[in-house]
Write a protein that binds this ligand. Sequence first.
Ligand code: SAM
Length: 284
Amino acid sequence: MLKAKPFVKWAGGKRSIVDKLINLVPEDYKTYYEPFVGGGAMLYELQPKKAVINDYNTELMNVYECVKDENKFANMCSELNKHETNHSEEYYYEIRDLDRDKKKFNKLADYKRAARTIYLNKACFNGLYRVNSKNEFNVPSGKKTKVNTYDGPNLGIIHCLLNFNDIKLLSTDFEEAVKNAKKGDFVYFDPPYDSDTSTFNSYTENGFGKEEQKRLAEVFKDLDKRGCNVMLSNYNTKLIKELYKDYNFNYVTAPRNIGASSKNRGKVEEVIITNYNKAEVFDN
Ligand SMILES: C[S@@+](CC[C@H](N)C(=O)[O-])C[C@H]1O[C@@H](n2cnc3c(N)ncnc32)[C@H](O)[C@@H]1O
């Protein structure tokens, strides 16, 4: 099948290192779990037959739901065309601020909310997804005169992937998302990054701090005990070194794209941790 690319630009997106990640994926697994799916770079590369994909960001997961559903997909595509035609500075803020009135916003059709999410991502500053404590999208306009919101062929590939394979979509906390994972399943965790200094982690209104990183490490260990193959990416910080010291570390130098000031945009050490050794997985 043709390979899709993410329909949104996503902070921490793994498109640039997906080749390195793929090399570390076990050859065989039953169900693929991706509890922090974001833009889905790894999902599109792997094209698993059976998977559970999840992200706490409900607006993002609503886009996946709409791309999967035949009718919602068609309506979302016309809505995207409408946004592309109407785009202006003023129009951006009109669409962005729809979530200021929660009652009205919650009544919006799913496909309209999905098209809004894609449009805002393409038209906002630097493709960032950031919400405040009231869960209001607060990224300023990217001041583009023209935006391309509608990539029909790419969305078509994702629509097929989500329908021809057994892909379950969830929008919950990562711990809940993997609760049914069993021996022989493969779980890839790509959480918001830890940092020794500061980090962008406002994808959701709750953020993701040190306590969340520690809770994730407990879930990693539990899945390890359950017989799952587990892979996790993060920055190679003091905390991450300590939390996963009993597992295998693979180092990657990843270009940092969004969520960093231009001064700090550069090479950062990214680590991919596995509870298996690829050679051993091949031997089984
Ligand atoms: C580093 S990004 C994932 C990027 C993704 N791998 C890609 O290629 O685009 C981390 C994701 O975790 C999600 N997230 C944050 N807190 C979460 C939680 N408690 N449970 C599940 N997902 C969460 C964010 O919404 C964000 O999409």
